[in-house]
Write a new protein. Sequence first.
Length: 82
Amino acid sequence: MNKSENNMSCAEFQAQLPELFGCGEVIGDHPHLQRCNLCRALLADLNAIAEAARDLFPVKEPTDADALWENIESAIAHEGVV
Ligand SMILES: [Zn+2]
């Protein structure tokens, strides 16, 4: 954890989400979430979508985070959430 993480904007945080998802970190502990209700709500939605995406599009390589994220994005597009 460093200072830039604590002063991160929502856009910066959200830009990092695919990476954070990919490395399997406990994103809920991220400093940005400690002070941002908006991103906490977004993360809750993303977690639900990610769970659904894992069921809908089983990823052959569990470590293939890019593929998982692409599936999440396509799931979001299908749901019309964004
Ligand atoms: Zn935020």
